[in-house]
Write a protein that binds this ligand. Structure first.
Ligand code: PAF
Length: 312
């Protein structure tokens, strides 16, 4: 082991102020580019800042996004902000887990230099912003139908975070497939100079997709919730026949008494509109379900291409 690899990573700087974060990032960029130009043979590219936007209550899924961010860039910023703009009336804004100390402790061994953890007042000094990013029609389907205004609030805070951090790239989790689709479209539509990277969903051994909301589940509910990913796996196995895939997923999810399916849909990856039966190509199956009082989402890619014709 080299002397360099034995150095203990330092705990992240936790910064709540937008102006301080910008100052620290300017310094960090200068330091990183000075270090790069000192190294022999290095090409003189400018250091890349990569953002991992989160609402905290970090789990192994978030840590995998951080690991991907570290591969993609030189300076990683993890934002931790429970964004009131993306919660509707009656949703879990007040009870959403806020575990900043534990989150910072979880990030410390990874060597993340900056955690941006602003207050709502810092982000919205004049109350909810009058100016919003709107998600359009695709933002009113599925998650958007269940949570009106959610995606406008999400896109608005993501755009703010991109501007605050001035990041070159940002990493999102595939579990929130509709969010990823809408963020990518916002970046394209508004010409935001941010590369969007998507990291695979991390799952428990039961297949349950990791989510900060899993901590609301009882042990029995956690076990029952495994039916959601089992249904999705059955759908994958039944592809390329779209009808068979949907039937296979229903066959498993509908028979688990603790799971109450809200929607199960197969969408086109480029439009996020439902595909029709004759569709051939790449697709994605999206699911939302209640397990007890906890609403969970998950998704898998489906290959709906016809299998190659057998040559006899
Ligand atoms: O996925 C989340 O945790 C949130 O929607 C995000 C992207 C951090 C915006 O608040």
């Amino acid at each position: 082991m080299s002397a360099e690899s034995q150095v203990e990573p330092t705990a992240p700087q936790v910064i709540g102020s937008i102006s301080e974060l910008r100052q620290r990032l300017t310094e960090a960029r200068l330091q990183a580019s000075a270090a790069t130009s000192r190294r022999a043979g290095d090409t003189r590219r400018s250091p890349r800042v990569v953002l991992v936007p989160t609402m905290g209550a970090l789990h192994a899924g978030h840590l995998s996004l951080v690991a991907r961010a570290q591969e993609l860039g030189d300076i990683v910023v993890v934002s931790i902000f429970v964004n009131p703009l993306q919660f509707g009336a009656g949703e879990d804004l007040d009870s959403y887990p806020r575990t900043l100390q534990a989150d910072v402790a979880a990030l410390a061994p990874l060597g993340v230099p900056f955690v941006f953890a602003p207050t709502a007042l810092e982000m919205y000094p004049n109350g909810p912003t009058a100016t919003r990013v709107t998600a359009g029609d695709a933002g009113t389907l599925y998650e958007g139908a269940a949570r009106p205004g959610h995606f406008d609030g999400m896109l608005t805070v993501v755009a703010k975070l991109f501007n605050i951090v001035g990041c070159d790239a940002a990493v999102f989790g595939q579990k929130d497939a509709q969010q990823v689709f809408l963020v990518r479209r916002m970046v394209a539509d508004l010409n935001l100079p941010v590369e969007i990277e998507v990291a695979p969903t991390v799952r428990e051994s039961t297949g349950l997709a990791l989510s900060s909301r899993n901590q609301y589940l009882t042990e029995a509910e956690k076990l029952g919730a495994g039916a959601i990913s089992a249904g999705l796996r059955a759908a994958e196995a039944a592809a390329p026949n779209a009808r068979a895939a949907v039937a296979a997923a229903h066959g498993i999810i509908d028979t688990q008494p603790l799971v109450k399916l809200e929607y199960l849909v197969v969408v086109h990856p480029q439009s996020f509109l439902p595909v029709d039966d004759g569709y051939r190509g790449a697709a994605r199956m999206l699911v939302a379900a209640y397990v007890g009082t906890t609403r969970l989402i998950d998704n898998v890619p489906l290959d709906l291409n016809s299998p190659p014709a057998r040559v006899s």
